[in-house]
Design a protein around this ligand. Sequence first.
Ligand code: PBG
Length: 301
Amino acid sequence: MRETSLDLSHFVMPLFACPGEGVVRPLQGLPGIAQRSLDELEREVEQCAALGVSAVLLFGIPEEKDEEGTGAYDDDGIVQRALHSLRARFPELLLLTDVCLCEYTSHGHCGLVRNGEVANDESLELIARTAVSHARAGADAVCPSAMMDGQVGAIREALDDGLESTPVVAYAAKYASAFYGPFREAAGATPAFGDRRGYQMDPANVREALRECELDAAEGADVLMVKPALPYLDVIRAVREHFDLPVAAYNVSGEYAMIKAGAAGGWLDEREAALESLLAIRRAGADIVVSYWTKELAQWL
Ligand code: PBG
């Protein structure tokens, strides 16, 4: 009678790569998740793969940040190096990458800043360069999350010069959400001034989410992602009903942290609450779920 299932093949595990050797830096707000240097990352991925995890999403913490987010599109950047080492060791594993500038810019915004404003159009070229650099280094799919208008088209066009079979998983409806708090600590990507409401979406809007998805689909997106997941199940459902592209949902850091904290206090059964959350996201219509529980889910299943 069960209509929805939790199968590992639907889940993607986010991982954070950082410089150094032998580094495992646990994250306060994301219990069980850590920043890892490449040697440790390989070990973690090995465990994930052995448990049956089929896909990971890589984020990078660069050695240095600058105004232009150079570390994002450096062919020798942290994510690119992680891709080279993981690609060789895990040929079967799907390697996805987050394509954004915010982890690499000194101001922490997702695009270039000019005169105190995020410069949408000028950022597109750098975002496209980042995606191409990831694909060349071995990424199976690139996931633009900067919410710059036109980013999917810019990436698609850039990839079509020799990397045309690399799909674009578009963070199409990404809201300006309070639920990214723990992630910003994890990625060191809190905006130094202002907020992201100039480019991320207003939590009050669902029709706008469909317009965002329409634009990304027209620009060549292969997957449409909604983010966060739990407070936006209606948006996931709406996207599912309006589009026939695969739909992804990102069960973000704050959603994970809340349940971890509730469980640590003894008020929630973590496993039950996590499984219920993930099931609800799938039931709402997500084909693909990015979740920090993916590795644990593999153990639970
Ligand atoms: C980068 C990015 C963010 C997340 C994924 N990619 C942060 C943000 O937009 O502030 C959030 C992920 C999470 O909270 O788990 N732009």
